[in-house]
Ligand binder design. Structure first.
Ligand SMILES: Nc1ncnc2c1ncn2[C@@H]1O[C@H](COP(=O)(O)OP(=O)(O)OP(=O)(O)O)[C@@H](O)[C@H]1O
Ligand SMILES: [Mg+2]
Length: 481
């Protein structure tokens, strides 16, 4: 937004000018001292003084690694480190530190001691400098007492200096700093490996806990074959949600959003969840209700979920017989077909999700999926329960072209498209079925032939079904369904 490589030399040259000026001033001073008579020398000194005063128009912010209490890290320092790593390749940079831990996805690049970086924000030139104060220097700069040397060595003090013209103080503190913090947060979010948390169990001691692995699902909104308008609507809804911290606070609502995804198997419900998590950079908690017995377990697990996460409950209609449970209660108020210790209820789940749990955290997304909307407990469909109902439908020709582009890297027109388009209007086929066909060959013609064959077979099945005569009751029908 504010930075461009083309503008960088302006900041650099400004600071270089300061540096050359002060070096020149020093040189002139020593020449004057040796060769020029006193009155003239004084006059020239005062001129130089004014030049120096000009340099003192700069203000330097010192950003230490530890915060001012001496305990805990300074968030501004950590953010600056990340922020500057996005800017390191400038003509003046000579040394960089580079590292990577096994868990990191990419290389970490940091400034080396003494290195400087120039930045430009809204036409304000800024200079960053990374410095380390070694223990010996700290000691010699303190009392100089020998006793100090015997005490435990002081840790290295690392800090950044941010220098700019004093007149921009307010703008740098109120605009540049928040900008830098936000920018580094987005870099951290992008680099962070997402987590998929599933239920693990230690049944021997009766505990259920979250098991965590890296989420490496490649699904994104780009790869998702679905109606473009629906896709845009979901992305906009997510964008609005993450931006509305203040809104949720103002209206006194928990900062959460619920989505109900419904549609036949293989239409991309799970893929959409992964795409949402990848888009927002949120972790996923996959709550398999079938593995839970008690509401108390559920509460414990939900309280152990982190902010900025997606809580997923797949196949809410059948993961556990929690809906219509009241109907199944016997006269003693117990579940006749369930072990007596099973105490999980849909209302327990919904009340907890809507109430206390969601108000304990920030930026929570809850997603329920089902293949059978009609089987859902009305409590789930009640207005206000789930904020958005998303129907994942059979493939349309428009969405098919997204799959073709993803799987075959083919964007143009194809002679088979007309026939395929016609068939999409008649038959119902899931993205998963078509994706499987497209994976069979890298050759565009061959893969599309496969899809055409699949669609024709589906059409034949419909045609044959239409021809089936349902015989009157009592007669052996032999009808194929
Ligand atoms: N809309 C889609 N866009 C792109 N790929 C899709 C889509 N739908 C399904 N697929 C492909 O089919 C596979 C299965 O899809 P997915 O698991 O997302 O379906 P689902 O709706 O969750 O099915 P189920 O109801 O059985 O859980 C995915 O791995 C993906 O490769
Ligand atoms: Mg699924």
């Amino acid at each position: 937004m504010y930075f461009s490589q083309a503008q960088m030399p302006t900041a650099t040259s400004l600071f270089s000018a300061y540096a050359s000026l002060s070096a020149l001033a020093m040189l002139l001073r020593s020449i004057l001292h040796d060769f020029i008579p006193n009155p003239i020398r004084n006059y020239i000194f005062s001129l130089l003084q004014r030049l120096f005063n000009h340099r003192s128009n700069t203000l330097t912010l010192v950003i230490e690694e530890v915060n001012s209490t001496g305990i805990g890290r300074n968030q501004v320092y950590d953010s600056a480190e990340v922020y500057l790593s996005t800017k390191v390749i400038t003509p003046s940079t000579e040394r960089l530190k580079i590292s990577k831990s096994p868990k990191d996805k990419s290389l970490t690049i940091r400034l080396e001691k003494g290195e400087e970086i120039d930045d430009l924000f809204d036409n304000i030139p800024l200079r960053w400098r990374f410095l380390c104060m070694e223990p010996e220097k700290q000691r010699s700069s303190s009392s100089g007492n020998d006793d100090d040397l015997l005490s435990s060595p002081a840790p290295v003090t690392r800090y950044f200096e941010l220098t700019f013209d004093k007149k921009f103080k307010d703008k740098v503190i109120n605009s540049y700093m928040p900008y830098m913090l936000a920018k580094s947060k987005s870099v951290i979010d992008k680099e962070r490996t997402l987590k998929l948390c599933t239920l693990g169990s230690r049944f021997s001691c009766g505990n259920v806990y979250w098991d965590t692995i890296n989420l490496e699902h490649p699904s994104t909104f780009e790869t998702l074959a679905m109606d473009t308008e629906a896709k845009t609507a979901i992305m906009e809804d997510l964008d609005r949600f993450v931006k509305r911290r203040e809104f949720y606070r103002r209206v006194g609502r928990a900062w959460k959003r619920g989505y109900l995804l419904h549609g036949p198997p293989g239409t991309g419900k799970s893929s959409l969840i992964a795409a949402m998590a990848n888009y927002l950079r949120f972790d996923i908690y996959d709550l398999q209700l079938g593995n839970l017995i008690k509401d108390s377990d559920l509460r414990r697990l939900l309280l152990a979920t982190a902010n900025r996460s997606v809580l997923v409950i797949e196949d809410i209609d059948c993961t556990i017989d929690i809906q219509n449970r009241r109907k199944n209660l016997n006269e003693n108020g117990q579940f006749p077909n369930k072990p007596p210790e099973v105490q999980l209820t849909l209302s327990g789940l919904l009340n907890f999700i809507d109430g206390l749990w969601s108000s304990c955290g920030d930026e929570r997304i809850i997603v329920f999926t089902t293949n059978h909307m009609e089987k859902l407990d009305p409590a789930l469909l009640r207005p206000g329960r789930m904020d958005m109902h998303i129907h994942m439908s059979y493939l349309t020709f428009q969405s098919f072209k997204i799959l073709v582009s993803n799987y075959l890297e083919f964007e143009g027109q194809h002679p088979l498209f007309d026939e395929i388009k016609g068939l999409f209007e008649i038959v119902e086929v899931t993205p998963a079925q078509v994706a499987e066909e497209l994976m069979r060959s890298e050759d565009v013609d061959e893969a599309l032939e496969g899809v055409l064959k699949l669609l024709k077979t589906k059409k034949e099945m419909i045609d044959n079904k239409d021809e089936i005569v349902v015989l009157p009751e009592g007669l052996d029908d032999g009808v194929i369904d």
